[in-house]
Design a binder for this molecule. Structure first.
Ligand code: PGA
Length: 251
């Protein structure tokens, strides 16, 4: 039985003051929920604040990216070990905004994925197709290629310590979530593709859905057999929205 998980992706939002209010709301709101896992992925400068406030709570914290190199002359980059220093347990890898706006490719995402694993961070690996790709019936091809970029390089075993996320680009930052059936169809495709390599790993790997998850649609999405929770953007910025989504995941 896979334990459900909800990850908040704050993207480039927040301030010390706003974060304080949000994290206080999450600590209070999630305190009694013990049947699912909760994570917030903050902008780099606020990871220390998340650590200070969330230590001892049932909420983990992480980052939204990392550099695949260990250290060196890489101005502006953040090494995996630095995230570990600040108590991060998770890191988002290959988000569609990184792919579209920051030239992330299958190769660079795979390198970051591996760098995360090497320091013991759990990568949350994002995959998803654009509207045009879906309309052209390319969803399986795109998502399959992205998934294979990890499995081909590192083998299916790495998925024992990773989380997958299906995030259709047309649903991210939009007002149009995938229907539960659309999400289920792709999650099922992903799980079956992992199962071709290893059925045990496929049965256990968590596949989150992301893209316009809200309190009112979380139950129908998370109720699908292969949807193991959510990767939540906008609704993770307000405790009054994030907490109810986590309550759904908690069951
Ligand atoms: P959204 O973003 O919930 O604001 O659609 C999801 C994501 O990008 O992870």
């Amino acid at each position: 039985m896979r334990r459900k998980m909800v990850v908040g992706n704050w993207k480039m939002n927040g301030s010390i003051k706003q974060n304080e209010i949000l994290l206080q709301g999450l600590i209070a709101g999630l305190r009694d929920l013990h049947d699912a896992d909760f994570v917030v992925c903050t902008p780099y400068p606020y990871i220390g604040q998340a650590q200070a406030m969330l230590q001892g709570s049932n909420i983990a914290w992480g980052a939204q990216n990392l550099c695949s190199a260990k250290d060196g002359a890489l101005t502006g980059a953040v090494a995996p070990s630095m995230l570990v220093d600040y108590g991060c347990t998770h890191v988002i890898i290959g988000h569609s905004e990184r792919r579209a706006l920051f030239n992330e490719t299958d190769d660079t995402a795979a390198a970051r994925f591996n760098a995360a694993l090497e320091v013991g961070l759990i990568p949350i690996f994002c995959m998803g197709e654009s509207r045009e790709e879906r309309d052209s019936d390319w969803t399986d091809y795109i998502v399959g290629r992205q998934l294979d970029s990890i499995i081909r390089r590192f083998g299916p075993e790495v998925l024992k310590n990773a989380v997958l996320a299906y995030e259709p680009l047309w649903a991210v930052g939009a007002d149009e979530p995938a229907t539960p059936e659309q999400a289920q169809e792709v999650h099922d495709f992903i799980r079956k593709r992992v199962a071709r390599c290893d059925t045990g790993i496929a049965a256990n790997v968590r596949i989150l859905y992301g893209g316009s998850v809200r309190p009112h649609n979380a139950a129908s999405l998370f109720g699908m057999p292969d949807v193991d929770g959510g990767l939540v953007g906008r609704a993770s910025l307000v405790a009054e929205k994030f907490v109810p989504i986590c309550e759904v995941a908690n069951g």
